[in-house]
Design a protein around this ligand. Structure first.
Ligand code: XMP
Length: 511
């Protein structure tokens, strides 16, 4: 792999993704990792990422200088650029001159390999206080800004670096420069493709599982669907999937799992119809946190009972989880740390039902999971599905959850989704919750009569990761069409309102 050394800024994940977009496999490692450990992974190259510190600050994370004794290509970015310069005998200065944001850089007369063929001047994204004053011996300086050295390279040792952030979209030619390093300086072949990933994972799963039995819970979401499809490709009939239909999914979603997904994969599926059980458990409950707790508890109970049946028939030893790479990195990156989180996900399963985990998506980002899903032949509507909360529509009904209200909300939600898709805007929106204010009524007029119905809230948001979000500026005529259709077609709804709150201060969901 290419190792991306994380110096504690938010950029390491983005760099790792960009490297993979260049079809080169990458992994993130902490800066505390020793050179010996890094080299033990036989890295094709090492990328030193940006970080918040100054290289001369006491306690600043340092890269183990022994990586420079090895014959491994190294690329330094921002803080990593300075750390590399300092480690190799260059000079890093507290210039006091800060560059932040969009900054023009000027390419030197000799643009080297990294900047070859790029415009003489272009804009990059900078974020630094210190600057490299003198490049280490052997390096050619290939660009400057108000700082004298913002790009350098040494082809003999296959090392290069840039002061700016090639991984962010605001840097012009960023991906080109990253690829120049990977392909032309480090000499790496771009060979990481979805079908490669599938072949690798299939081999790993077969090795781990052997001829033993595996179980997987499907939620209707992308991650569990792709994880199960991969495991099925690896061990076929040894996999049993369980789908708990809690009745809180949107229109068509249960059918998508039970029909389209099964048809596409040939997976053996055990469906548990638990709608009534969830409705009874939720009767009379209006508090959001209580709803969540009840749903979580009932879900574990129902899944446990189903898993026990499968276990009795087949003696199950493994449980598939759709854990993704960002979860692994955020929970510490190490295997131990990530397992704590995974176990937490299946928390509640009793000790005599402890399964070993199979997590085939542990090294993948969400967009890669989607690519795999398409490659595995899953229904595209499923692969491109927006994120959807585990407690489902229950936390989009403000007030008590009843069968009737679920039906109303499903109708309104379907209209919003249909119109968004018809407008070709599915991929422009992160999520589009539709919320039923079941405890609110307002007066309206329809035909000749007064109505006294419920409002529905449209909550389209754009986001990168759901941690922050902004309300989506959907075209007004689209919002208008959704409003007209909902008030015409959904009985008891006589008003549609648009939520124009960002997160923070609002959350994406209303409960
Ligand atoms: P909020 O409402 O906190 O949501 O801005 C952030 C993201 O998390 C989803 N969400 C949940 N997902 N169980 C889940 O699996 C939950 O209880 C839950 N609550 C919110 C929400 O849809 C959004 O993507």
């Amino acid at each position: 792999p290419v190792l991306v050394v994380d110096f504690g800024a938010q950029y390491a994940q983005l760099i790792a993704r960009r490297v993979r977009e260049a079809r080169v496999y990458s992994e993130i490692v902490p800066s505390s990792m020793s050179a010996a450990e890094m080299l033990a992974r036989d890295p094709a190259a090492i990328i030193l990422s940006g970080g918040p510190s100054s290289v001369y600050e006491p306690g600043a994370p340092q890269v183990d200088p022994k990586i420079f004794d090895a014959d491994v290509p190294v690329f330094g970015i921002c803080y990593g650029f300075q750390a590399m310069a300092a480690a190799l005998g260059g000079e890093v200065a507290h210039t006091g001159a800060r560059e932040y944001g969009g900054t023009p850089v000027v390419v030197a007369a000799d643009p080297g390999v990294l900047l070859r063929g790029l415009p003489a001047e272009f804009n990059v994204w900078m974020s630094h206080g210190d600057a490299v004053a003198t490049a280490p011996a052997g390096f050619t300086v290939t660009a400057s800004s108000s700082a004298p050295v913002v790009a350098f390279e040494d082809l003999a040792t296959r090392r290069a670096g840039v002061q700016f952030h090639p991984e962010v979209a605001h840097t012009e030619h960023g991906q080109t420069m990253l690829q120049r390093f990977l392909y032309d300086i480090a000499g790496i072949e771009p060979a990481w493709t979805p079908s490669n990933i599938i072949d690798d994972q299939v081999a790993v799963i077969r090795e781990k599982v052997g001829d033993r039995q595996v179980i997987c819970g499907l939620s209707g979401g992308v991650d569990s669907a792709v994880a199960a499809a991969l495991v099925h490709k690896a061990v076929g009939d040894q996999l049993t999937c369980v789908f708990v239909d809690h009745g809180l999914l949107r229109a068509g979603e249960a059918e998508q799992v039970e029909n389209d997904y099964v048809a596409a994969t040939g997976i053996r599926l055990k469906v548990v119809n638990a709608q009534d059980r969830f409705l009874s458990a939720l009767a009379g409950v209006t508090d959001p946190e209580t709803k969540r707790k009840i749903i979580g508890r009932e879900f574990i109970r129902v899944f446990e009972a189903a898993a026990r049946e499968v276990d009795t028939e087949r003696h199950v030893e493994f449980l598939v989880q759709g854990t993704l790479y960002p979860d692994v990195v955020e929970s510490g990156g190490g295997d131990g740390a990530a397992n704590i989180k995974s176990h937490h996900n299946v928390g509640g399963l009793p000790d005599d039902l402890r399964f070993a985990l199979v997590e085939p998506l542990r090294t993948l980002f969400k967009d890669e999971v989607r690519q795999l899903g398409l490659e595995l032949g899953l229904p595209p509507e499923m692969v491109w599905r927006h994120p959807f909360p585990g407690p489902g529509l229950a936390i989009r009904i403000i007030g008590e959850v009843t069968a009737d209200r679920l039906d109303l909300l499903r109708e309104a939600d379907l209209i919003a989704r249909e119109e968004l898709t018809a407008a070709g805007l599915d991929r422009d929106v992160w999520q589009f919750p539709v919320v039923l204010l079941a405890d609110v009524r307002s007066v309206g007029v329809q035909g000749d009569g007064r109505t006294y119905g419920h409002p529905v809230v449209l909550r389209p948001v754009s986001s990168e990761d759901a941690m922050t979000a902004d309300w989506s500026r959907l075209p007004y005529d689209l919002v208008g069409r959704i409003s007209t259709r909902i008030t015409n077609e959904v009985r008891e709804v006589n008003r549609v309102v648009l939520d124009v709150t960002s997160k923070p201060p609002g959350t994406i969901e209303w409960e």
